[in-house]
Design a protein around this ligand. Structure first.
Ligand code: FCB
Length: 475
């Protein structure tokens, strides 16, 4: 028997050649320039300007001014040694009203950004929809309306035709769970509506929009392009093995996870999901002939966004209990048809979002996705907010964030060792930014942003991540 020296045992570098070492952002969270070059309001402009919706009345009007500082930001990425950058395209910058021809100045911004990335050896990965629906489409009914799916596919075609020569990785939707359920059921995200039936209609039309967009992308992009979707699949854990708790977990897996993965990868909505939600929506009229074939067009990659596991049990009337699901307080649940499910805070340490820290949820999810669907995976988001403070020498020492990232990269390494084909890891986020309903209160960045001066300073976690990239993994 060979003995492995302790040193070698702790070196963990199963990351394959070409592994994408990245960081992620989203347009509304960083760009600012909200009324420049033809951009019109999205639902997030309207929502953030509505009193009481976002902490401190914060908006993305200026955000971190990436629109004007992108060259500096790309230089910063290059200094950190990132090999890939995931960002999103702003729909209202490219196609302001959500209909008709593109605005060239909007596309020019993304042409310049991607050229800058490529010139610095950084592979761009673009998300088409990170929640900024043009307001005019919301005024016409938003995602609960079928027409929105067709609008999305048209926008996808415009983006692919303009940028397909320089962007090789395309992600249709970011976390449709949030768009559907936080946007239309609990109302803590734009557009702030609270109708569970509409949230399920939105879910189906997001799926349909995804499928139609995959078709539009394939038609416009070179055959080498990789097309994906990014899902925040919940690592659901039952509180006990009591059958009622197991059923609570099943219900949350259905409405939280399988509502996306079954139509996308299996071309169907599961019977239990339909039964659990039949009192809220008529699935027979919602899902039209041909929809499931569109939605299940093959993908090249699946993106997983993971932050924390979800601990559930059954409860007679969970409406009266605090809901520790990590998704913001509302008297309306973001879980349509799951009023008897209670959400518990998992034991252990938490981040500034009160999200439990547990990297095993990431390895478990990656391994399960690999076994069930078999396609290559990307971790398209993972990271943590902490109460960062700037020390006298101007540095942000954030050992908690370093530990979080290290733990989760370890989980990715575990999943790869167990056979999962994981092709990349994108830390959320490159820099501090507009954290949706939390405004600028929660900082997720590897790089600190001073919101008065907009000066960027890498935190010690960024330095650690940079070293890890240079070594090709964990020491
Ligand atoms: C995800 C979002 C991302 C960011 C992180 C913290 O749900 O996709 O924009 O807000 O959470």
């Amino acid at each position: 028997m060979t003995t492995i020296s302790p040193d070698l045992r702790t070196v963990r570098r199963p990351f394959p050649p070409g592994f994408a070492w990245g960081a992620a952002t989203a347009a509304y969270q960083i760009e600012g320039a909200h009324a420049e070059d033809g951009r019109t309001p999205s639902i997030w402009d309207t929502f953030s300007h509505t009193p009481g919706k976002v902490a401190n009345g914060d908006t993305g009007d200026t955000a971190v001014d990436h629109y004007h500082r992108f060259r500096e930001d790309v230089r910063m990425m290059a200094d950190l040694g990132l090999t890939s950058y995931r960002f999103s395209l702003s729909w209202p910058r490219i196609q302001p009203t959500g209909r008709g021809p593109a605005v060239e100045r909007g596309l020019d911004f993304y042409r310049a950004l991607t050229d800058e990335l490529l010139a610095n050896g950084i592979t761009p990965a673009a998300t088409l929809y990170h929640w900024d629906l043009p307001q005019e489409l919301e005024d016409a009914g938003g995602w609960p309306q079928r027409e929105t799916a067709y609008r999305f596919a048209e926008y996808a075609a415009i983006a692919a035709e303009a940028l397909g020569d320089r962007i090789g990785t395309w992600i249709t939707l970011n976390e449709p769970w949030c768009s559907a359920y936080l946007g239309y059921a609990s109302g803590v995200h734009a557009p702030g509506r609270t109708d569970p039936g509409d949230s399920l209609r939105a879910a189906h039309h997001l799926n349909l929009g995804h499928g139609l967009a995959v078709g539009a992308l394939r038609a416009a992009l070179p055959a080498t392009a990789q097309v994906a979707v990014s899902l925040n699949l919940h690592a659901v854990r039952p509180h006990s093995s009591h059958p009622d708790d197991l059923d609570a977990a099943r219900r949350i897996e259905a409405v939280g996870n399988r509502v996306w993965t079954s139509p996308i990868f299996k071309g169907r909505y599961d019977d239990d999901l339909i039964a659990d939600t039949a009192h809220l929506v008529d699935w027979d009229t919602l899902v039209q002939p041909g929809d499931l074939a569109e939605i299940s067009r093959p993908l090249d990659l699946l993106g997983l966004n993971y932050y924390n596991p979800t601990l559930v049990s059954s409860a007679e009337n969970a409406k009266n209990l605090p809901r520790h699901d990590g998704h913001g307080d509302s008297s309306h649940s973001p879980w349509p048809g799951a009023d008897d499910v209670a959400f518990h805070l998992a034991p252990g340490e938490v981040t500034a979002m009160n999200w439990p820290i547990d990297p095993t949820g990431l390895s478990d999810s990656l391994i399960a996705l690999h076994r069930e669907f078999g396609l290559p995976l990307l971790v398209t988001e993972n990271g943590a907010a902490f109460e960062d403070t700037v020390s006298e020498d101007g540095t942000v020492h954030d050992p908690e964030r370093t530990a979080y990232i290290k733990g989760h990269l370890g989980a990715v390494a575990d999943a790869i060792t167990a056979g999962a084909d994981v092709r990349g890891y994108y830390c959320w986020s490159l820099m501090d930014n507009f954290e949706w309903a939390y405004g600028y209160e929660k900082r997720f960045g590897l790089v600190h942003v001073d919101y008065d001066t907009l000066v960027r300073t890498p935190k010690t976690s960024a330095r650690w991540y940079s070293e890890a990239i240079r070594r090709g993994g964990l020491a």
